[in-house]
Design a protein around this ligand. Structure first.
Ligand code: SF4
Length: 227
């Protein structure tokens, strides 16, 4: 089977993978994941030591004037939307979860502004046992997973939820959290959006988009065809 072989090779290359955001508690991971949208983990990691000290819990977010929070997270981009997301999440955590980050998909995706990607990241990394036991848990699909899933021929979809569904069919559940992590690392280090380094890729002989083999990039091809 091609899909498990691909995952095995990625694990050989990247071990278990790693969440490249710095965090120690579920709250910190949730905050960092929200801030990482349209930003880089490096930029977020530069800011979070200060942010985690100043905002150790949801109450600290709500106790801070909105403009001050916006200034604090400005460097991560989209600071107004992210400030609103942090305030919305904080209010919901205080109202429904005693200020704690819940450990079920249903509760996580019920938080304002938290989509399946963020919920899967938080659950998979901060509560792997809960992720394994939760029938609604899945695979975190970020921009790298989306691109690689299409290039590797795992999906023809563009909607993250449909891509997630296709990936869930290909891999056993116990591999889901780590699968996402190693695919993301491969997307960052080898299969980059603009310049996939196919000649250096451990998946080259299994990839239907290998430029080294003279194939067309399936992700771009699908985009051109509007699929
Ligand atoms: S062969 Fe090229 S397109 Fe395929 S996964 Fe590797 S780097 Fe990406």
């Amino acid at each position: 089977m091609r899909a498990p072989e691909i995952l095995d090779r990625l694990h050989e290359a990247y071990g278990d993978g790693v969440v490249e955001l710095d965090w120690e508690t579920p709250w910190e991971l949730l905050v960092a994941t929200i801030l990482s949208a349209q930003s880089t983990d490096k930029k977020v990691n530069e800011l979070t030591p200060y942010l985690f000290r100043k905002y150790p819990d949801p109450a600290a977010v709500l106790a801070t004037p909105e403009e001050e929070l916006e200034r604090d997270i400005y460097q991560t981009g989209f600071y107004r939307q992210k400030s609103q997301a942090l305030r919305g999440v904080s209010a919901a955590l205080l109202e429904h979860h005693d200020g704690q980050v819940p450990t079920s998909m249903a509760e996580l995706i019920a938080l304002p502004g938290v989509a399946r990607k963020t919920a899967n990241v938080v659950l998979g990394a901060a509560a792997p046992g809960a992720h394994a036991a939760d029938p609604e848990a899945g695979i975190a699909v970020d921009t790298h997973v989306k691109r690689l899933a299409r290039r590797l021929g795992f999906t023809t979809e563009t909607d993250p939820n449909k891509i997630e569904r296709d990936l869930m069919r290909l891999f056993p559940k116990e591999r889901w959290p780590r699968a996402s992590l190693v695919i993301i690392l491969h997307g960052r280090r080898v299969c980059e959006a603009q310049r996939p380094r196919c000649a250096d890729c451990v998946l080259e002989d299994l990839c239907p988009s290998s430029l080294a083999a003279g194939c067309r990039d399936k992700a771009r091809q699908a985009k051109e065809m509007g699929t």
